[in-house]
Design a protein around this ligand. Structure first.
Ligand code: CO
Length: 165
């Protein structure tokens, strides 16, 4: 799947909830996961592949730990605490990084791929990626929230080290 870049209007729209948990959704999520791994990313939101629906996939291990993948349908942050600032990047804004303030701990409600409601508490890097991806569902990009943004060189190695979502 093609990943949309920063000026695409679809990245600025508010996405809609998924209501049918069918084979089409499974296929779409599989394609999102494939696209995320293809780009060495740690997260991807549906609007980034041109679909304004509330679907995100997250994997801080970039495919190395088969149990690390999180598929979240209609995710909502229900609790937040603490603050944490790290450098973020985004597949839709290649070549830029920024320091973004986030909540350190969050509680997220979502449906799994079968439509079953789940609630988890996460901290640290996982919390940051999930907040970054949920922002995409609201048409928000990391540069909107960053304290500072800088241009970086785009080498494959750098991308692997710095991690992008
Ligand atoms: Co992003």
């Amino acid at each position: 799947m093609e990943v949309l870049k920063v000026h695409d209007k679809k990245l600025r729209q508010v996405s809609e909830d998924i209501s049918y948990f069918d084979d089409f959704l499974q296929l779409f999520v599989n394609q999102m996961i494939e696209t995320m791994y293809e780009h060495d990313a740690i997260g991807l939101a549906a609007p980034q592949v041109g679909v304004n629906r509330n679907v995100i996939v997250v994997d801080p291990s970039m495919g190395e730990d088969k149990t690390a993948i999180k598929i979240m349908i209609n995710p909502k942050i229900t609790e937040r605490s603490g603050t944490i600032e790290t450098e973020e990047g985004c597949l839709s804004i290649p070549g830029f990084k920024g320091i973004v303030p986030r909540s350190e701990h969050i509680e997220v409600e979502f449906s799994d791929i079968l439509g079953v409601s789940q609630k988890i508490k996460v901290s640290g890097i996982l919390s940051i990626i999930i907040q970054h991806e949920i922002d995409h569902l609201h048409g928000i990009l990391f540069v909107d929230k960053a304290n500072s943004v800088k241009m970086v060189q785009k080498t494959k190695i750098l991308r692997r080290e710095e991690k992008i979502a």
